[in-house]
Design a protein around this ligand. Sequence first.
Ligand SMILES: [Zn+2]
Length: 485
Amino acid sequence: MKIKALAALSASVAMIALASGPAQSQSKTRSISQSTAAEAAQQHPQIVEEFGGEDDAARSAYVRSVGAKVAAQTNITGGANAFRITTLNSPVMNAFAVPGGYLYVTRQLVGLMNDEAELASVLGHEAGHIAAQHSKERQRAGLLSQILAVGAALVTGSSQIGQLASTVTQGMFLSYSRKQELEADDLGVRYITAAGYDPMASASFLGSLGAATSLEARAAGRDDERSTPSWARTHPLSADRVTRATKQAQATRRTGGLRNRDQFLAQIDGVMVDDDPKQGVIDGRTFSHPDLKLRFTVPDGYGMQNGARAVSIVGQRGQAQFLGGAFNGDLSTYMAAAFRAVVGENAQVNASQPRSTTVNGIPAAYSTARVATQQGQVDLTIFAYQWDSNSAYHFALVAPAGSGLGPFTSMVQSVGRLSASEAAAIRPRVIDVVTVGRTDTVQTLANRMAYNDLKVERFRVLNGLAANANVTPGQKVKLVVFGSR
Ligand SMILES: [Zn+2]
């Protein structure tokens, strides 16, 4: 049985190669250089930490096993063994590949998928970026966009602002050209077909992703940085990608193939979607942390990204990070350490004398320093809050020279405490796989979705249902419900 199946697979690989014309990237094997792999291995812990840690172990293992089937179809020497696949506990809808064979997918993106073949298609697309060596061109372009994007924040010797820069430009430095995207899509279709999956899964998932992108934009409003899922930003999405993926699937002359829907749904039942309350939640422009019982609101038009160590805030006229640090009871010492963390241990900072104030009843202090960067001078302000006798938090704010707090005055004043009941009201959202009952309709199921708005639209997008599609009794569907903490 097994040998026969393998023979059939290699026949289909050959056929696809013929059907899609010469594919030089597939005709010879490539190996990932040891130095590239070592670099990826070194970056790996930082990426995992920045994206909220690894997802649940059992689910990660399942994703890895699906990825291995797809990775085995690439032209990379070592096949699946040359890849390392990680599921990230991140509310950002994203998947990306790091040169060196490291593939990442977030739980938020996995939650949008409807079967194993769709998961395979995303991992196949990412493996395609590695196989076609898109990273080589990307790194060059990436470095430039990184520099342009962070502009003033490139403080020489900076550690923290350097971190901030890498966090906020993740999207940019991971972006590919349209041509590379299409090539990765094509390779993805080829790999999943060779692995025995339904070649149409790429098109169906790209369709879901397009629908999710529009819906998020509608739900969040256009000024919200998060309104465009990162996956769409890093892998530019267009209707013609769906059309093209459909054509590529048809060119395989394979109809059907594995979908493994039930196995997939069983694996993702209970997966968290949106923010993990343990890391704090972003709701519009407000960040709330139920465990720290803390909240603040960013300026209109500014985007937020919740990382492992800090919340990064970025907008037109400045950028900031909110984080904590070691606190011995003395706010001046705390602030001096915060400055050093930004500019580096050895750099000289002429910060103004800290000024004390009170924000919503919380003792606070702030100080500004003029800092030279590669792009000229900026104002770096540390605004620190003495939260209790054992803990302090602060903003590190970068704004144009001479503007002090710049656009962030309202933000530093918005820091306040959450009441116990406000904190308790913040619960995680999780995927709940349910079986459609005899009296269920799209409407009755959508009513159970844990959102205040667009319930029907969210239910349809989550389940890949077209605007006029109905549900059938006995069918399994996904809901998003409130989980417990
Ligand atoms: Zn891509």
